[in-house]
Design a protein around this ligand. Structure first.
Ligand SMILES: [Zn+2]
Length: 118
């Protein structure tokens, strides 16, 4: 509870959301749905991802799932405690389930995402 309250208002909050937005831009450049995600642990990005459902032809290749897999690899653990997940759009039901199941302390979201390039 304290971690949630403490995280808001810290300058790093904008920094990490900016990193998630940069990931969303990578997705847009690939003509993917422009959603980006980063996972932060002890002040370091340990997982990042952007939507790759079209590129991989994988319906589960959402930004959050890719970032979660990368973060689990980085920590060498399936439990991602004391991590903060930043995502540029409200997660779908699949990702929301994974986020809850993985034990994240905080979910930050709701920044405008870049528009898909035409
Ligand atoms: Zn999703």
């Amino acid at each position: 509870m304290n971690s949630l309250l403490e995280s808001f208002g810290k300058p790093d909050h904008d920094r990490w959301m900016g990193a998630a937005l940069a990931e969303a831009e990578f997705a847009a450049e690939k003509d993917e749905v422009p959603i980006g995600c980063v996972i932060v642990h002890n002040g370091l990005v340990i997982g990042r991802g952007h939507n790759l459902t079209e590129s991989l032809q994988d319906p589960t290749a959402h930004a959050e799932m890719i970032a979660i897999t990368a973060a689990a690899e980085a920590l060498g653990s399936r439990r991602l405690l004391d991590c903060t997940l930043y995502v540029t759009l409200e997660p779908c039901a699949m990702c929301a389930g994974a986020i809850v199941w993985r034990g994240f302390l905080i979910l930050s979201m709701e920044r405008p995402t870049p528009k898909r390039s035409v």
